[in-house]
Design a protein around this ligand. Structure first.
Ligand SMILES: *Cc1c(COP(=O)(O)O)cnc(C)c1O
Length: 398
């Protein structure tokens, strides 16, 4: 089948909940992907940072293959021999006492809500069913009915109500608003260290540091959603490290499994994690041996190949080059490591046509929040490939 036939098939049988660029991919290798017509593209989205290690990283594929030949799913009714080592390695890497494995990012966020609410009632002493969680405007934390209850206005929430109570929203990066929103019922502040989906928004210098202080002073848990910003993307294993902050709770997903399989986790110390007792929470696939083994290999690749360091070096250089670009359409270049947003001037129209022009030239990037082209390739990308992409960007933005 050719591209148009594939797209027609999806149009006919799929729910229309996405508007993808008109390219049908059938193969990937490192930072490159190929479509059904055999055309090659540089992947500058990396599945929203799920593929930080590159497509089909040989070591991760090998670990998956070996595990496929042993056992893939046991359920948590029994132990399996991969989950313990996985959780130990994850906790050692990110510096926490314990972790709870789930599958998707949204599930990790939901798990964090349960943990901090129960901590609020049982440890902090908040009155029953009164717990509040503070969140930020323009956030993205997933698609469950609870999460969309406080997500940004628009299609992701219209007519999906009634919405879940228990959330308060403040402007992103506004430390005074955070202070003002805290009540005796506040159990947590949930924040993305950099807002990816909102257009690579970076909070004011020192915001996370101050937020951590405000939280500690008020006995409010700081929950960092590092599902997109974590695991090397911004040049550190966790983006919160940039502010020298160790959040009380961290959610990770996406790159934790190198794009092979859905794995996510919540990390916290015992005081928080021990609010869960047998039967209180779970997931059929959470902590399964196939996902655990894939995640172990994926984390190992991040460390062994020094992918955070690589992201930092390549990202700094790439952003410097972008900023010197002479373009009438360029409003701003911002980012950290290889999490980069190129904001197009309003007068130049939305970012989508620029993304389509890039696609024609063999670069896959997706607009986010109308005006922003996000550049977030696999961290294994070669400098020459980025150099080539710069040349193409220069022409498209000229
Ligand atoms: C992608 C993402 C999620 C949701 O992850 P899913 O696996 O799609 O459920 C949550 N938070 C952030 C910051 C994300 O980027």
């Amino acid at each position: 089948m050719n591209t148009q036939e594939h797209i027609s098939l999806v149009d006919r049988y799929s729910a229309h909940n996405y508007k993808p660029l008109p390219v049908v991919l059938s193969r990937g290798d490192g930072a490159w992907v190929w479509d059904v017509e055999g055309k090659k593209y540089l992947d500058c989205l990396a599945a929203y940072s799920a593929v930080n290690q590159g497509h089909r990283h040989p070591k991760i594929v090998e670990a998956a293959r070996a595990q496929l030949d042993r056992i893939t799913l046991t359920s948590r009714a029994f132990h399996n021999d991969r989950m313990g080592p996985f959780l130990q390695e994850l906790c050692d890497l990110l510096g926490y006492e314990s972790a709870l494995p789930m599958n998707t990012g949204a599930e990790a966020v939901e798990t964090a809500f349960k943990a901090v609410r129960r901590w609020g009632y049982r440890v902090k002493g908040v009155e029953k069913d009164r717990a509040e969680i503070i969140v930020c405007e323009d956030n993205f934390h997933g698609r469950t009915t609870t999460i969309i209850s406080f997500s940004a206005e628009g299609g992701s929430r219209d007519d999906f109500g009634p919405f879940a109570p228990g959330f308060r929203k403040i402007p992103y990066g506004d430390i005074d608003a955070l202070r003002g929103a805290i009540t005796e019922n506040t159990v947590a502040f949930l924040v993305e260290p950099i807002q990816g989906e909102a257009g690579v928004n970076i909070p004011p210098e020192g915001f996370l540091r101050e937020a951590a202080d405000v939280c500690r002073e008020n006995r409010v848990l700081l929950v960092a959603d590092e599902i997109q910003s974590g695991l090397g993307r911004t040049g550190k294993m966790l983006c919160a490290e940039w502010d020298g902050v160790r959040p009380d709770v961290v959610t990770v997903g996406k790159a934790i499994s190198g794009g092979l399989y859905p794995v996510s986790a919540v990390l916290a110390d015992r005081e928080i994690m021990d609010v869960f007792q047998p039967g209180d929470h779970g997931s059929t696939f959470g902590g399964n041996p196939l996902g655990a083994e894939i995640a172990r290999a994926s984390l190992k690749v991040l460390v062994e190949e020094k992918l955070p360091e690589r992201a930092l070096e390549l990202g700094n250089w790439f952003m410097d080059e972008l900023r010197t670009m002479d373009s009438p359409h360029l409003h701003e270049v911002r980012g950290r490591g290889l999490m980069i947003g190129i904001e197009i001037r309003k007068e130049s129209g939305p970012a989508r046509p620029f993304c389509e022009a890039l696609m024609e030239r063999g670069i896959l990037a997706k607009e986010t929040h109308e005006q922003v082209i996000r550049i977030a390739p696999p961290l294994v990308i070669e400098r020459e490939d980025l150099e080539w992409a710069l040349g193409e960007l220069r022409e498209v933005l000229a």
